[in-house]
Design a protein. Sequence first.
Length: 120
Amino acid sequence: MEIKEATQSLAALGHASRLAIFRQLVEAGPGGRMAGELAEALSLPGATLSFHLKELVAAGLIQGEARGRYVNYRANFDAMNGLIEFLTRNCCGGDATQCAPATCVPAPTKAAKRKEAVTP
């Protein structure tokens, strides 16, 4: 994946409803989910869901397959893994040992810092 495709994928996932749809499809695995199931699970009207599905298809993140009058959608795991690979391609200057989870400790939140300051 290159920058143009990564930008399109990230833009598509940059909307809360589209991210929720994509996560539902990732959770569903290769079998995917029917559009109606997605609409019900996410409480989205059909027209709104269709709009978001179209954006995710255009970004190459999901695929739809007609099943009679209905459409089954599934995540494009190759595209997802390509995006992850793109984002981590040069992680830690190419030294993967520096990217181990043990060295990636999130910075404390402001609330945690205040709690530490108050705790004797």
